[in-house]
Ligand binder design. Structure first.
Ligand SMILES: NC(=O)N[C@@H](O)C(=O)O
Ligand code: NI
Length: 167
């Protein structure tokens, strides 16, 4: 039996997520301006969509994700070496974001964030992450990622000894 190491999720902010990717949210630091006769504020260019390597094209998808049993054990990490991948929640539930810096995966570098339903995330190319982790109820996410040739998903299986504190 491996030792269980419990990880307490951090609050997701653009600053503490910067090494992994972008946080897609309305905040006063984001570039924004009035459009549509003043009836709309455009929060502009919030994430670096990077999908064109090796002739890739943009895909817009919906992921309908079922929550895993709590407490969530981290049993895998994956990365997309050819593209970014963005998750934008469509519902009202928070969700978990599990990431590690690009390059060689170091278990000790895994970080867990609790994202609110008002926050999307965009993993930069090569950022290690767990697949989509909904909480509390089946949740839909708009997912912007890459379609095209080439292997774009490296997966590493882990032993589940990293446990995310009940969220
Ligand atoms: N497999 C797939 O399309 N989804 C994963 O990449 C994920 O991050 O959820
Ligand atoms: Ni992914």
């Amino acid at each position: 039996m491996t030792n269980n190491q419990q990880i307490i999720p951090k609050t997701l902010t653009p600053e503490n997520f910067a090494q992994f990717g972008d946080v897609i949210e309305v905040n006063d630091k984001a570039q924004h301006f009035s459009i549509n006769d003043g009836f709309t504020q455009r929060y502009h260019d919030l994430a670096q969509v990077d999908v064109t390597e090796e002739g890739g094209r943009t895909l817009i998808n919906i992921f309908r994700s079922t929550p895993l049993e709590q407490p969530v054990r981290i049993k895998m990490m994956e990365r997309h070496p050819l593209s970014s991948q963005a998750f934008i929640p469509m519902g009202q539930q928070p969700y978990l974001v599990v990431v590690a810096p690009k390059g060689e995966l170091h278990i000790s570098k895994i970080e867990v964030f609790l994202a609110s339903s008002n926050q999307g995330v965009n993993y930069h190319k090569g950022t290690w992450h767990h697949y989509c982790l909904a909480l509390h109820q089946v949740s839909d996410f708009i997912v912007v990622d890459r379609g095209g040739a080439g292997e774009n998903c490296d997966v590493i299986d882990l032993d589940g000894s990293l446990v995310i504190a009940q969220s």
